[in-house]
Design a protein around this ligand. Structure first.
Ligand SMILES: Nc1ncnc2c1ncn2[C@@H]1O[C@H](COP(=O)(O)OP(=O)(O)O)[C@@H](O)[C@H]1O
Ligand SMILES: Nc1ccn([C@@H]2O[C@H](COP(=O)(O)O)[C@@H](O)[C@H]2O)c(=O)n1
Length: 210
């Protein structure tokens, strides 16, 4: 099976998942999503109090080697067993997720475009942009509602690591993108991607490649 791989990067809270999930919902079984977040390193060896002090916005916090290996396998038509990250515990859960290859592979993550090995595997590179104040406001709601965090911790993490790492590692990768979209809820960008992906799927089906 031949696949097209689309990478979606951008700051935390920019709307990457919103955009990616909308594409996934539209195309259903033709699309698989690989979340770089699931490749955050296991912290089982250190106590919880120490886990909350880790810099999760530095490239070293992620096991990108494993994601690159998995992405290569998916591209080669092989299934993978993806780790599943538990944000409330700041470590990997005991679950793994079997992911089967599909004609469209979406890969999503803040630091996706920071790694040349990942960039090399992407056919289309997208950067989702949003103002810093909107990103932090969205992150506060999301982290409280879905990631088991409190305000004090969110603010401290934002000021000590999230913000400085964003300007050091995430924002510079905007220049590596083929397409920069303003907000994950951008209907024009969504329509353009639907039409591009539909065209690619049609060509793959005509050539008998998917
Ligand atoms: N353009 C937008 N307007 C309002 N809320 C948004 C917008 N984009 C995303 N959100 C909300 O912000 C939160 C974070 O968005 P998400 O897509 O998960 O960001 P990311 O994956 O980049 O961290 C979600 O609750 C989402 O519904
Ligand atoms: N244990 C962890 C691991 C990561 N984070 C934060 O997640 C952010 C990336 O995910 P998005 O869905 O927001 O793109 C990143 O900014 C890390 O700070 C965390 O808080 N805890």
């Amino acid at each position: 099976m031949k696949s097209i791989v689309i990478g979606v990067a951008g700051g935390s809270g920019s709307g990457k998942s919103t955009f990616t999930n909308r594409i996934k919902k539209y195309f259903g079984d033709d699309v698989v999503v690989l979340y770089h977040d699931n490749y955050y390193r296991s912290q089982d060896g250190i106590p919880f109090e120490q886990r909350v002090t880790v810099n999760y916005d530095h490239p070293d916090a992620l096991e990108t080697d494993l994601m690159v290996e998995h992405l290569k396998k998916l591209k080669a038509g092989e299934s993978i067993e993806c780790p599943v990250y538990d944000f409330a515990k700041n470590t990997r859960s005991s679950q793994v997720l079997r992911i089967d290859p599909k004609p469209v592979i979406l890969v999503e993550g803040i630091l996706l475009l920071a790694d040349p090995r990942v960039r090399e595997l992407l056919d289309i590179k997208v950067y989702v942009e949003a103002d810093a104040d909107e990103r932090i406001l969205r992150r506060i709601s999301r982290d409280v509602e879905e990631r088991g965090r409190d305000m004090k911790g969110i603010i401290n993490q934002y000021l000590t690591t999230v913000k400085p790492m964003h300007y050091l590692y995430v924002e510079p990768t905007r220049a590596k993108a083929d397409v920069v979209i303003n907000s994950g809820k951008n209907d024009i960008a969504f329509d353009l991607f639907v039409s591009k992906i539909s065209q690619i799927l049609r060509e793959m089906k005509q050539e008998g490649l998917s």
